[in-house]
Design a protein around this ligand. Structure first.
Ligand code: SF4
Length: 400
């Protein structure tokens, strides 16, 4: 089974008011050292995975588009030396529309990137200002035009709904603008107010009108109808794509298949282990620098000199994860045969009580879906249409 690789680039020009990702603003001076460290981590980790085939690479953040093409060039050189990147690998970059130019996109395309994910969030200037994004709608139109001109034929746009005081009409307008750009993929996320963010503090003091959950649910349903009418297929709770443009990297996570994470705070999962890197950029740099000066210290740390900790999953935990991750996939769900082949036991023998209860509540359904072009079908367990808004309640049944 080929692996997927994730690279975390924790730098942003400005920290958005709602963001609780592991990212830092005003630290761009650390980027060259970070690229050095990333290359070193790739070299070190690759030694533990000789000959491993890789079919997706994803640079997320943060704002990976802050890196210069020559810095990606160095990272790709380290990757090609350490892993076997398959010829049709999906290579994605998260990009902030305010940070790209036609030239930078041409260089990125020439380096091998074949999928861009733009953090658009809204097409209303006042909503973007409220979120403290650095771009405006014009930047988005320009970035998408440039991306097409640079040869990208696989674009994702991220949008956020349920903003404070956002109306259904304004959300519908954002959707219409997004569709006018004909992206191959759309990711729609409900705004969540996280503690420790400016939004969280303002909400705690009553200064931010909290999003109305009923209205947010209506926005989600409206989006599903509009996107379906425009030829997009929902394949995950928050993701829609034109057929054939589903994000293969994220499918790897939801199918509970192996991946490695590089960079500050990145996670990996393989061979029954979950591993996590140190969160802070400075600690990450220190770990990789001391690994370079004393290679034997790197060996003492499992998998990566930046590893903060790991735990071995029990077989039951792996089965649970396979269920609650797979149930996010609204069409393909969890295959009965796939589960039995992987674990040597039927899912109904392990989770019979949970499944029966959720079927009774009308939150899960059995379906036969086509799994190959020659018409083979597979029996799958998946969320019902109405459960798509209640996913977390369903997933709780598979968490102890
Ligand atoms: S650009 Fe993205 S990662 Fe950076 S602060 Fe804004 S939301 Fe967070």
């Amino acid at each position: 089974m080929p692996f997927s690789l994730y690279f975390h680039i924790p730098f942003c020009i400005h920290r958005c008011a709602y963001c609780d990702f592991n990212t830092y603003s005003g630290r761009q001076a650390l980027i060259p050292a970070y690229v050095d460290a990333l290359c070193r981590e790739i070299e070190t980790v690759a030694k533990n995975f000789p000959g491993t085939e890789v079919h997706t690479l994803f640079f997320g953040g943060g704002t990976p588009s802050l890196l210069a093409p020559r810095q990606f060039d160095r990272i790709f050189a380290a990757l090609s030396a350490g892993f076997k990147i398959l010829p049709r690998a999906e290579i994605s970059l998260e990009a902030n529309p305010g940070t790209v130019t036609l030239d930078s996109l041409r260089s990125l395309r020439a380096l091998g990137f074949n999928r861009l994910s733009f953090g658009v969030q809204s097409f209303h200037p006042d909503e973007l200002r409220q979120l403290e994004r650095i771009h405006d709608p014009f930047d988005v139109f320009e970035a998408v035009t440039w991306a097409r001109r640079a040869g990208f034929d696989n674009l994702n746009l991220d949008l956020i709904y349920g903003l404070p005081e956002q109306s259904l009409d304004r959300w519908s307008a954002t959707l219409r603008w997004a569709l006018s750009l004909a992206p191959e993929h759309l990711s729609l996320y409900a705004l969540t107010i996280e503690r420790g963010t400016p939004f969280g503090r303002w909400a705690a003091r009553g200064l931010l009108p909290l999003p109305d959950p009923d209205l947010a649910a209506e926005m989600y349903e409206r989006a599903g109808q509009v996107l379906e009418a425009n030829g997009y297929v929902q394949y995950e709770i928050s993701n829609w794509a034109r057929p054939g443009f589903e994000c293969r990297h994220n499918l790897q996570y939801w199918r509970n298949l192996p991946y490695l994470g590089f960079g500050a705070g990145a996670h990996g999962c393989f061979g029954g282990l979950r591993v996590a890197n140190v969160l802070r950029v400075e600690t990450y740099l220190r770990r990789l620098q001391s690994a370079a000066s004393s290679p034997s210290s790197a060996v003492r740390r499992p998998f990566s000199p930046a590893c903060a900790g790991y735990h071995r999953l029990t077989r039951r935990a792996e089965m649970q994860e396979t269920m609650f991750l797979g149930l996010r996939l609204t069409r393909e769900g969890v295959s009965a045969r796939g589960f039995a082949d992987r674990f040597g036991v039927e899912m109904t023998d392990v989770f019979g009580i949970e499944i029966a209860e959720l079927l009774g509540l009308g939150l899960l359904e059995w379906a036969n879906i086509q799994t190959s072009e020659v018409g083979q079908t597979s029996e799958v367990l998946r969320l019902t249409q109405r459960a798509r808004l209640l996913g977390n309640q369903v997933f709780m049944y598979f968490v102890e």
